[in-house]
Write a protein that binds this ligand. Structure first.
Ligand code: ADP
Ligand code: MG
Length: 488
C-alpha cells in the first residue's frame, strides 16, 4: 500500500497535518427508483416522478430494484472490494419535510459491499492507496424549496427514493489535492462501469468531507464533516478553509467540537449546521418490510465476468502496447471515450505522435470550449490523417499546428487544408539547393561566420524558412546547409 503524502501546514506553534476521510454519494444509473417503479431523470416537473411508495402512502410496500442491486455489485467489484452475499436494509429514522416516510431506508451494520481499495494518481504521476471501508445502498430524500415563496416551503419528491451508493473511505488522505484526486478516481471508475454518470453539477455525485488536523505522528484529532460538496474546486477550498479554522482553534488552546458543517461557495467558508449526531440518535433497526438481501454467487460471478477494462488496466496497457508516457496514458484513460478515440486514431499510425495531438492539442481545444470528446469537431480518422501527413514529411510539426487550427474551424481534413492553402512542405532538394546557393553567395559574411561558429547556421535556416513561408523541410535544409558550408 502506497501511503498518502502530507502537505504540512505551518501554524503559529508548529506544523500540522490534515487527515481526510470521504463519504461519496453516487446516484445509481437506473431507470427506476430503489424500491419503486417511478422514473428517475433530471428535468421533470415538480412531483411528476413520485409513486405512492415514494410518497409513503399508508400500506405501501417497498420492492427492491434488481438493477440497482446489480449496479452496487458492479461498483463494489470495480473498487476491488468484498461483495457481501448477505446484507440487509435498515431504517434510519429522522424527521424532515422532504422525507415523507419519516425514515430513510439505508444499510447500517450489513452493507452489500465491504472492504476494498483503489490506487489514486496525483497530478505529478505518483500514486497512493485509499482503502474503502464499505459501499452501501440507500434512498435519496426529496428536496425542500425555500425560495419560491416568502412564507412557505415547497417540497419536490422527484428525487425521493432514488438509489444512492454511499462509498465510505478510510481516513487515508492527507491533503486537499489528494482528496480531490480520490473523488476524481472514484468518479472515473464508476463511469467506466456505467453505474453512475458522475454528473457533479446535477448533484449525481457529491461528497461529505471529514476533516481533522493533528501534529505529525500524533493520534487522529476530532473531525468535522462538511456535507454535500459537489465540485473538485469546492472540495479543495472547503478542506483548506476548515483545516485552518481548526488549527486556529487548537492553537488558541480550544477544542474541536465534532459537528456537521456546510460549505458556502460564495464566501469560501464552512459554517456550522448542527452538532454531530450519533448513530443511536437515528434509532436504526432492520426494515421489517424487506427481507435480507441474499446474492446468488453465480450471479455475482457473471457480473464480474462482464466488467469492462478498468482505468488502471487500460493505463498499463496503453503504456506497454503503444509506448505512451504515464502522463499521456493517464490523461487518455481519465474518460473511456478519450481512450477509445485515441485507439481509433492510433491504428497504423505513430501512436506517441497521435497521443500527443489528442492529449494536448485536441483536449486543450475541447476544454476551452467546454466540450467533451464525443462532441469533437475533429474525428479520430481526421487526427490519424493529420499525423500521417507529419509522418510522411508532407508537413512539418509547425505547419501541422496551423493545419489543426483550420481543421478545428471546420475547413475539412488535413489533406484538404494542405491542398487548399498550398502548405505542402518543400523537400525537393533541387529547389532548396538553388535557394541555399543563392543565399550563401549573397551573404559571404554570414557564411564565414558559420565556418567559425557552426551554431550560426541557424541564421541561414531562418532565411530559408522565411522564403518558403515555413514550408521547407527543416531536416533537408539543415543537411544541405551543413554540406555546402562544410560544418559537422
Ligand atoms: P459516521 O457514520 O458518523 O459518519 P464513520 O465512522 O462512518 O462515521 O466515518 C465517516 C468518515 O469519517 C469516514 O470516511 C472516515 O474515514 C472519516 N474519519 C473518521 N475519523 C476521522 C478523522 N479523525 N479525521 C478525518 N476523517 C475521519
Ligand atoms: Mg457519515
Amino acid at each position: 500500500m502506497r501511503t498518502a503524502t502530507s502537505k504540512l501546514i505551518e501554524g503559529r506553534t508548529g506544523p500540522w497535518e490534515i487527515v481526510l476521510g470521504l463519504e461519496i454519494h453516487a446516484q445509481v444509473a437506473s431507470k427506476a427508483k430503489l424500491f419503486s417503479g417511478a422514473a428517475v431523470g433530471f428535468g421533470a416537473g415538480p412531483n411528476e416522478q413520485v409513486s405512492l411508495v415514494d410518497a409513503a402512502m399508508p400500506g405501501m410496500l417497498p420492492v427492491i430494484n434488481r438493477g440497482c442491486v446489480e449496479q452496487a455489485i458492479r461498483s463494489g467489484l470495480g473498487l476491488k472490494a468484498k461483495i457481501n452475499h448477505w446484507s440487509r436494509f435498515d431504517r434510519k429514522n429522522y424527521f424532515y419535510p422532504d422525507l415523507p416516510q419519516g425514515y430513510q431506508i439505508s444499510q447500517y451494520k450489513d452493507p452489500i459491499v465491504g472492504e476494498g481499495q483503489i490506487e489514486v494518481e496525483r497530478d505529478d504521476g505518483t500514486s497512493f492507496t485509499v482503502r474503502i471501508e464499505r459501499l452501501h445502498l440507500e434512498q435519496d430524500a426529496g428536496k425542500s424549496i425555500h425560495d419560491l415563496d416568502p412564507n412557505a416551503t415547497y417540497v419536490d419528491l422527484n428525487r425521493a427514493g432514488t438509489a444512492l451508493m454511499e462509498i465510505v473511505s478510510h481516513p487515508d488522505m492527507r491533503s486537499a489535492e489528494e482528496a480531490a484526486a480520490y473523488v476524481k478516481k472514484v468518479r472515473t471508475i464508476l463511469r467506466y462501469l456505467g453505474t453512475c454518470d458522475g454528473d457533479m453539477e446535477k448533484g449525481n455525485l457529491r461528497a461529505d468531507v471529514n476533516v481533522s488536523v493533528r501534529r505529525p505522528g500524533a493520534p487522529f484529532g476530532t473531525r468535522c464533516e462538511i456535507k454535500n460538496v459537489n465540485s473538485y474546486r469546492y472540495i479543495q477550498q472547503a478542506i483548506e478553509y476548515e483545516a485552518r479554522r481548526q488549527i486556529e482553534i487548537l492553537e488558541d488552546g480550544g477544542q474541536i467540537a465534532q459537528e456537521t458543517r456546510l460549505f458556502d461557495p460564495g464566501r469560501g467558508e464552512t459554517r456550522s449546521m448542527r452538532s454531530k449526531e450519533e448513530a443511536h440518535d437515528y434509532r436504526y433497526f432492520p426494515d421489517p418490510d424487506l427481507l435480507p438481501l441474499v446474492l446468488d454467487p453465480a450471479w455475482v460471478k457473471a457480473i464480474e465476468a462482464s466488467l469492462p477494462e478498468l482505468p488502471d488496466d487500460k493505463r498499463r496497457r496503453l503504456m506497454s502496447q503503444y509506448g505512451l508516457s504515464a502522463y499521456d496514458a493517464g490523461v487518455l484513460v481519465a474518460e473511456a471515450s478519450r481512450a477509445d478515440f485515441f485507439e481509433a486514431a492510433a491504428r497504423g499510425r505513430d501512436a506517441k505522435l497521435v497521443a500527443n495531438w489528442v492529449a494536448n492539442e485536441l483536449l486543450g481545444h475541447l476544454a476551452k470550449d467546454g466540450l467533451d470528446i464525443g462532441q469533437s469537431p475533429i474525428s479520430a480518422v481526421d487526427i490519424a490523417g493529420l499525423v500521417q501527413l507529419i509522418e510522411e514529411n508532407v508537413i512539418s510539426t509547425k505547419i501541422a499546428r496551423e493545419v489543426f487550427e483550420r481543421m478545428w474551424a471546420g475547413e475539412g481534413t488535413a489533406a484538404d487544408v494542405v491542398e487548399a492553402h498550398g502548405l505542402r512542405q518543400v523537400s525537393d532538394s533541387g529547389a532548396l539547393e538553388a535557394m541555399i546557393d543563392q543565399l550563401i553567395a549573397a551573404n559571404p559574411g554570414q557564411a564565414a561566420a558559420v565556418k567559425a561558429k557552426p551554431q550560426a547556421v541557424g541564421w541561414f535556416v531562418g532565411q530559408v524558412m522565411r522564403q518558403t513561408g515555413g514550408k521547407a523541410n527543416p531536416g533537408a535544409v539543415n543537411e544541405i546547409l551543413r554540406r555546402k558550408l562544410g560544418v559537422e
